[in-house]
Design a protein around this ligand. Structure first.
Ligand code: SF4
Ligand code: SF4
Length: 130
């Protein structure tokens, strides 16, 4: 069971493997080719964040990311912590955090994220095999 408490922490600081330049290049390419892609949404709504700004927005999460991580904010995050583009949000948002797979070794955005329950259960279930 996973319980999202809608704290909004996972939207305050985003990290992607791609740099801003790579996102814009991919958005251009997929846009021209008519290929559905998160890059088009990201190029429009996700904006580079300095590490200092990211630390202010979510110190718990940012502090656990590699120093060279590409960091972004989303201009569709409402003041109430809710997504203002819920119907058109990209796949990377829809699947967070496990993307139809099991819990993985990755940083969750908040110490009270409801998905932490999955991590604990994964540990409990796997423990006899250790
Ligand atoms: S950090 Fe976790 S609990 Fe908070 S909004 Fe994101 S998924 Fe939900
Ligand atoms: S599009 Fe919505 S769900 Fe995705 S990062 Fe922005 S506010 Fe969060």
């Amino acid at each position: 069971m996973s319980l999202c408490n809608q704290c909004g922490a996972c939207c305050r600081v985003l990290t992607l493997a791609e740099s801003p330049e790579q996102i814009h290049a991919m958005a251009l390419l997929t846009g021209v080719l008519g290929i559905p892609s998160d890059s088009v949404f990201a190029a429009k709504h996700w904006h580079p964040l300095t590490r200092a700004a990211a630390l202010e927005r979510n110190p718990f999460y940012t502090g656990r990311l590699p120093a060279d991580a590409h960091l972004y904010s989303c201009d569709q995050l409402g003041a109430d912590g809710r997504c203002m583009a819920y119907e058109e949000r990209p796949l990377v948002c829809r699947g967070y955090p496990w993307y139809d797979g099991g819990p993985r070794d990755m940083e969750l955005a908040d110490p009270d994220c409801g998905y932490f329950h999955d991590v604990v259960m994964e540990f409990v279930i796997r423990r006899p095999e250790m």
